[in-house]
Ligand binder design. Sequence first.
Ligand SMILES: Cc1cc2nc3c(=O)[nH]c(=O)nc-3n(C[C@H](O)[C@H](O)[C@H](O)COP(=O)(O)OP(=O)(O)OC[C@H]3O[C@@H](n4cnc5c(N)ncnc54)[C@H](O)[C@@H]3O)c2cc1C
Length: 329
Amino acid sequence: MRKASFASRGSTIAVVGAGVIGLTTAIRLLEAGFDVTVLSRDHPTETVSAVAAAYWHPFAVAPEHRVLPWARTTYRISRRLATDPSSGVSFKPLRKYYPAGEANTYWMNAAGGYHRLPPEVLPEGATEGYELNVPVMDSSRFVPFLVTWVEDLGGAISLEEVESLASLSGRFDLVVNCAGLGARHLAEDTSVAPIRGQVLRVSNPDQLEPTVISFDVGWEKTYIVPRVSDCILGGTAHSDSWDRQPSAAQTEEILERCARLQPALKNAEIHEVLVGLRPSRPEIRLTLEEQQWGVPVIHNYGHGGAGYTVCWGCASAALSETLRISGIP
Ligand SMILES: Cc1cc2nc3c(=O)[nH]c(=O)nc-3n(C[C@H](O)[C@H](O)[C@H](O)COP(=O)(O)OP(=O)(O)OC[C@H]3O[C@@H](n4cnc5c(N)ncnc54)[C@H](O)[C@@H]3O)c2cc1C
């Protein structure tokens, strides 16, 4: 039986998915000596991950007690990556504003320090504001950087659609399911559902300070993320919407909300309007299913609006699970 041969570093592992979760997981497994093939329906630059802003900040993700240590691990690893300009990772101040009664600061503890902003600097409608340093992972650079990292470690990336997890039985010793929203079909898990998000990629007007600004009013999410050579403006969050078409009305509205926070953005040139479906789930699923598919499967999906925030923590957890079931100390 295949499982017997799994107890060795050279065991073959299929990672399904080449978004930020699949790629970071593949890197951790390759570093541990496993033989990894990433199978992906979409090119890595055409995934939901490629649409994300992406700054370190949990949204629509649970449970808190697991998210916090995973986010802390990602924060720590991002510090190291930020020393390499080709990674697209940099640290920037984040100014986070909240309206009355909506402040939620639990996650800021994982950033190693934050401070409260004085009332006179808050924008209209905000009653609380905080500032902390966060990693910004410029997805246009970070995703290709991860792809190169996988390949440099000897991993293969194959563009193919997986019909079912059972179809991988006999081909691989272990499967790690990082299919994001695709897990709804692959793992037959109807609790995985989209939260549609629209963002604008715009020019970065000279006047823009290198600070991430984020102001959530309920699920109306306004954010400005200056990146290496452009700026992402967000955004929207619509549960259970599968619509991948950009909405012109939402583009206008996002621009208007962001210009209210940063007037220099009135003159920003729109390069692209992007839509992504966040893979939400009541809780991230990071567990082993040993019997169901004819091959052991470790699930790692359902990261909602926080895949970048928790990716390295979840990748390490998937590796620990792999080592545990393979009996490798
Ligand atoms: C507008 C927007 C803004 C965001 N901003 C942030 C942010 O600032 N910070 C943050 O932390 N997060 C942010 N997110 C959330 C983040 O992008 C997601 O949590 C993350 O991308 C999920 O990564 P993933 O690898 O699980 O999924 P995906 O990137 O969707 O990758 C899934 C992979 O699985 C593959 N796949 C699916 N089904 C199959 C199949 N049957 N066979 C083969 N391959 C399959 C796909 O091809 C793809 O490669 C944002 C998301 C959006 C949409």
